[in-house]
Design a protein around this ligand. Structure first.
Ligand code: ZN
Length: 82
């Protein structure tokens, strides 16, 4: 879906104010866009050491470690510690 950048400019605004408003709106527009992009990437973290794990590791770990998320390094520890 195409997003539009819309400016609301009042008649009494002077050109400097309009420019300020535009730069603020552009910054908002760009920051919102980057937030949307990052939210599409799923991130998972090891319940033990906090290291980031891939979705594949996350899924495997949840299946094999009672719904816990462990990274590749921590999985053997928790297997033995059972
Ligand atoms: Zn870990």
């Amino acid at each position: 879906m195409q997003r539009k950048l819309v400016f609301e400019i009042e008649d009494e605004d002077n050109p400097d104010d309009i420019f300020d408003k535009m730069s603020i709106e552009i910054k908002k527009f760009l920051s919102t866009k980057s937030e949307n992009n990052s939210s599409n990437v799923e991130s998972f973290f090891c319940d033990d050491c906090g290291q980031k794990v891939s979705k594949k590791v996350h899924d495997y770990s949840k299946r094999n470690f009672n719904d816990k998320i462990y990274c590749m390094n921590c999985q053997p520890k928790h297997k033995e510690g059972n």
